[in-house]
Design a binder for this molecule. Structure first.
Ligand SMILES: [Zn+2]
Ligand SMILES: [Zn+2]
Length: 458
């Protein structure tokens, strides 16, 4: 890139350090936001920030809220990719599931010439006012738009929809089927992803029901993705996935989550309706362990054993968004024949691999279903989603679905609209934190993940 370029970001973050990495090796400026120690960290105070980068072939200067914080000699190219910034990017290292930064970038401007200092200052002031001015304060929302769309990276044309159950018991704890029978039943019902999650408590063996080959079932022969897991049951029940943890011996949820995280696992809280925890308790837990390892909440369990679980889910999200997003799950919690095939999700993935599954779970790229009849069909009769598009600068959301009789849009404040399309410009959403959709027909209900909302002046 010749002639000097300036990048301006309006930036908002409450949690992590922000840094700009300058790769001397590749002669690249990587405008990555991360807390890697090898990057040049210029502040670790809570935001909001307006960041500007100003460089020519000789020098790179970094400003935070108008003040020069860093200056480097540099070379002429800039590496700027989707993967380098923010939550919707992929992780910077393929072996890590963690995103380098969990804040929000409100706006990025790239100029094809080097701005003068006066011009830069004017842009900084404009961004400061636009994103952090009085009209953008909580309680005085401006125009609503989708700030996080869980389906943003889904290519609906080419991605597969893999039916999944993440909560399954066998006779290795209190389930009635042997592991091989459980696997066979789900295989025959068109499931492509299955986690056998036996209890580690109540005196059961804390070992995971793993690997499937121990029970003479090779997932490759079935074209299935087998996920190692456990239902940690000496605590509030936690679905622990992608690791071999056998749980703490007493009710220490935080210890359990730390252990799962150390094993590079992911986890969600099961059936909150079984307990009497206040929503604050969940909010604190999700904030503290977000993506490390907590990613969601089971809000349909064994059909619909705890109908208030969706309300708990919404209330927790209202407390933790936009920094944290709790994705919803629907699982059979299968113990016997009666629990089969009523609660599942469709994971939106390029390929049936653990890597793609983890990515879908971290991004929320899936939708979940409740089918009281439990048909066990590969193509079940609940509403199916064939695409979700967010357009017009995040104000329009359109769902294309089959066999849906109705689509209802809900925020944390209540129902706001019906139909397959909403334009947030036309609806008073009262400062809501998110909007999500429920699709129904006579066979069941299908739920999207929440779309996180933000407010701006224009
Ligand atoms: Zn349980
Ligand atoms: Zn269970």
């Amino acid at each position: 890139m010749r002639g000097g370029t300036q990048v301006v970001m309006g930036n908002y973050n409450q949690k992590n350090a922000i840094s700009i990495s300058i790769s001397q090796q590749n002669n690249h400026i990587v405008a990555r936001i991360s807390d890697y120690t090898n990057n040049c960290s210029f502040t670790d105070e809570a935001g909001p920030y307006v960041l500007t980068f100003d460089y020519d072939s000789q020098e790179m200067r970094t400003f935070v809220d108008g003040a020069l914080t860093d200056s480097h000699e540099t070379n002429e190219s800039i590496s700027w990719g989707k993967t380098a910034i923010g939550r919707s990017g992929t992780s910077s290292s393929s072996s890590s599931s963690r995103y380098p930064w969990e804040g929000k970038i409100s706006e990025i401007r790239i100029y094809d010439r080097k701005l003068s200092d006066d011009e830069r200052k004017a842009v900084e002031e404009e961004l400061q006012e636009k994103w952090f001015g009085a009209s953008n304060n909580p309680g005085e929302p401006g125009r609503a738009y989708v700030y996080y769309n869980p389906y943003e990276d889904v290519d609906w044309e080419t991605y597969e929809q893999y039916k999944a159950n993440f909560h399954t018991h066998t006779n290795q704890s209190d389930g009635s089927f042997s592991p091989q029978v459980a696997i066979d039943r789900y295989y025959n019902a068109g499931y492509k992803i299955l986690a056998l999650t036996d209890h580690d408590g109540y005196g059961y063996d804390p070992d995971t029901t793993w690997p499937w080959t121990k029970w003479n079932r090779d997932p490759d022969d079935f074209g299935m993705l087998a996920i190692q897991g456990n239902e940690l049951s000496n605590t509030d029940h936690i679905c622990s996935l992608f690791n071999d943890y056998g749980g703490p011996r007493s009710g220490q949820e935080e210890l359990a989550l730390q252990e799962v995280n150390e094993r590079n696992g992911l986890a969600f809280m099961n059936h909150p309706g079984r307990y009497t925890r206040p929503v604050d308790w969940y909010a604190n837990l999700y904030k503290k362990y977000y993506k490390e390892p907590l990613i969601g909440m089971e809000v349909h369990n064994q059909g619909d054993r705890y109908p208030n679980d969706r309300q708990t889910w919404d209330r927790v999200n209202a407390l933790v968004m936009p920094e944290v997003i709790v994705f919803g799950y629907s699982n059979d919690d299968m113990h016997n024949q009666n629990n089969l095939f009523k609660s599942y999700q469709f994971m939106l993935m390029k390929e049936l691999t653990v890597e793609d599954l983890r990515e879908a779970m971290l991004k929320g790229a899936f939708y979940f279903c409740y089918e009281p009849g439990g048909s066990g069909s590969e193509d079940p009769p609940v509403p199916r989603i064939s695409s979700i598009e967010v357009t017009d600068n995040g104000t329009d959301i359109k769902i294309t679905a089959t066999t849906a009789n109705s689509i209802t849009w809900k925020t944390d404040k209540g129902i706001i609209a019906n139909g397959d399309f909403i334009d947030l410009d036309d609806i008073n959403i009262d400062g809501a934190k998110f909007v999500r959709a429920e699709l129904t027909n006579e066979k069941g209900t299908t739920y999207t993940q929440p779309f996180v909302l933000m407010y701006s002046l224009n």
